[in-house]
Design a protein around this ligand. Structure first.
Ligand code: ATP
Ligand code: MG
Length: 168
């Protein structure tokens, strides 16, 4: 089924809001109140994005920021339009040596292992699995002490070339 990814994210932000407010973290979303239709299984994508957004809140200090953006992008190598969802925080970041492992089941970077916050290290493994099931993929960029940006790519609805400027 086709789902409005913007509405999915808005619902998710509402669910995560109490956690963010507890830490005075501001979540912003762009665009809002728009429709970007994506052929996805709603509960799987909701869970994937929820895990990433909860991490962003979790691994960001009080007063921080989480920015969520949704864009349609053309991937020349795949000759296809994708919807890219970026979740960026200005939190603790991930040390370079941990980056290759964070999608592995039960892997937790040092900074989170030493905290007693009870995580299991499954959140990103589940997120990635759900995204791969949709023929999408996930990328991460991070700097320890600066912040982290996750980008989720999902195949856009076919025939929906809005904004790609390529015409038909
Ligand atoms: P849980 O299963 O409860 O989600 P977790 O958060 O430790 O536990 P993942 O969500 O899979 O597990 O994340 C794996 C590790 O990646 C985390 O332990 C943390 O070290 C690191 N990480 C993930 N997201 C971020 C982020 N936004 N900023 C900093 N580190 C992060
Ligand atoms: Mg997590």
């Amino acid at each position: 089924a086709s789902e409005n990814i913007v509405a999915i994210l808005e619902g998710l932000i509402e669910k995560a809001q109490f956690l963010a407010e507890e830490k005075h973290i501001r979540i912003s979303m762009h665009p809002s109140k728009e429709t970007i239709a994506v052929p996805v299984e709603k509960h799987r994508i909701l869970q994937a994005l929820y895990n990433i957004v909860i991490n962003a809140i979790h691994y960001t200090e009080r007063g921080g920021q989480v920015q969520i953006r949704v864009e349609q992008v053309y991937q020349p190598d795949r000759r296809m339009d994708y919807v890219r969802i970026t979740i960026e925080d200005n939190g603790v970041g991930i040390p370079e040596e941990d980056l290759p492992h964070i999608f592995n089941r039960f892997y937790r970077a040092d900074h989170s292992r030493t905290r007693s916050n009870g995580g299991t290290g499954l959140g990103l493994a589940i997120a990635q699995q759900n995204i791969l099931l949709h023929q999408g993929w996930i990328e991460v960029q991070s700097k320890a002490g600066k912040g982290t940006a996750f980008a989720v790519f999902l195949p856009a609805a076919s025939g929906d070339f809005v904004g790609s400027g390529r015409g038909l």
